[in-house]
Write a new protein. Structure first.
Length: 133
């Protein structure tokens, strides 16, 4: 999250929306990039982090369960949340509520870029395994 916060701060500073430079020193290199490049960086990092968390979640589920259905359900949840994020973004733009659509889509994508989904999947699959015994 700290990466995205600093990229957003740099974007807002470059656009003149904030007067004081608040980007952490470790991210000072961001000042060398234009707003469009920073936006592209955010999209790329979103895809990268989502893919990393998906792979880590698949590995964790395979370690905890000897069950291919768990991985299938994880993929369904990821795909569903990804589609909701895209729909939120597009509907927000269509309705002229860009910021609301963007905020909703970021919430969905934020869930996919964290252990949140895995934290839901493990107990859910444990309940399924208890019910089928």
């Amino acid at each position: 999250e700290i990466i995205f916060v600093n990229i957003n701060e740099q974007i807002h500073f470059n656009e003149g929306r904030i007067a004081h430079y608040r980007v952490l020193e470790a991210f000072a290199f961001l000042k060398d990039y234009a707003v469009v490049e920073l936006g592209n960086l955010k999209w790329g990092l979103t895809i990268l982090f989502t893919a990393v968390y998906l792979v880590l979640s698949i590995v964790a589920l395979r370690l905890v369960f000897d069950d291919k259905d768990a991985v299938r359900w994880l993929l369904v949840v990821y795909l569903g949340a990804f589609m909701l994020a895209g729909a939120s973004y597009m509907i927000g733009n269509w309705l002229g509520e860009y910021q609301l659509g963007y905020t909703l889509s970021r919430r969905f994508m934020g869930a996919l870029q964290s252990p949140f989904i895995l934290m839901l999947m493990i107990p859910a699959r444990m309940l399924v395994h208890q019910q089928t015994r």
